[in-house]
Design a protein around this ligand. Sequence first.
Ligand SMILES: NC(=O)c1ccc[n+]([C@@H]2O[C@H](COP(=O)([O-])OP(=O)(O)OC[C@H]3O[C@@H](n4cnc5c(N)ncnc54)[C@H](O)[C@@H]3O)[C@@H](O)[C@H]2O)c1
Length: 251
Amino acid sequence: MDKTAIVTGAARGLGAAICVRAVQAGYRLGVLDLKLADCEEFIRSLPGSGHMALQADVTDEHQVRAAFDAFGTAPDLVVNNAGIVRFGPLLEQSVDDWRTVLNVNLTGTYIVAREAGLRMVQRGSGVIINLSSLNAVQPGPGAGAYPAAKAGVASLTEHLSLELGPSGVRVNCVAPGFIDGGMSAPVFADPRVRALRGSGVPLRRLGSVADVANAVVWLASDEAGYITGHQLVIDGGVAHSVLMQLPRKVD
Ligand SMILES: NC(=O)c1ccc[n+]([C@@H]2O[C@H](COP(=O)([O-])OP(=O)(O)OC[C@H]3O[C@@H](n4cnc5c(N)ncnc54)[C@H](O)[C@@H]3O)[C@@H](O)[C@H]2O)c1
């Protein structure tokens, strides 16, 4: 029988890459995003059959429940990928922007995870993977509410793993670093930023959307069957590179 997965924010960027990799790994998909037409168009580009377009705003619990109901079967995997960022200094950020970013990234993740968890616990198996960020570990100045929201996602992941683990449901998150795609595409459109950030990564390159998708699908697999409540940082080594950036000697 097919494995099934619902991926949120799936119509483009990292979500789309995760979908492609998941289909290669044998999943039949629920492609969930804000606009039905975007989901349908993306599904036409996917191999395989039986994928379902699911329109929902992850901040709306009724829309999310309707989407899971429409998908029918309890998914084996749910990837909480939908997310937004609003750049700007904290002292200049509107409270509306703060709330919106927390609402989509953190509350939306909770709403989708709850809907997934209710079904998975009943079946006694399942995997939930949330997208946090390097910003959850190292807040980027000017990233507004995003670091706080993603740190919340990491904490929510640990909390869910404790409550759902006894029912056979694993919950993990991945924390992508400097990724050349998705919401970071405009940042890396500037060649000076590409060079600066790329050369600052211990692996000396930006990450790709495929780097993240590969990690998500592996974490969902039975090979990662004893891993839960974990945040897998996918950043080429940036998060622990402070002493590399501030060397003991200057030539
Ligand atoms: N691209 C990066 O550099 C990067 C780095 C770290 C973490 N992330 C995280 O990865 C995830 C995917 O980011 P991306 O770069 O692909 O972004 P993106 O902007 O390219 O795509 C985000 C998708 O989410 C959808 N979406 C937004 N709000 C939604 C809502 N309320 N309900 C349903 N869908 C919604 C959008 O329509 C879009 O299809 C996000 O959680 C993001 O925070 C991205």
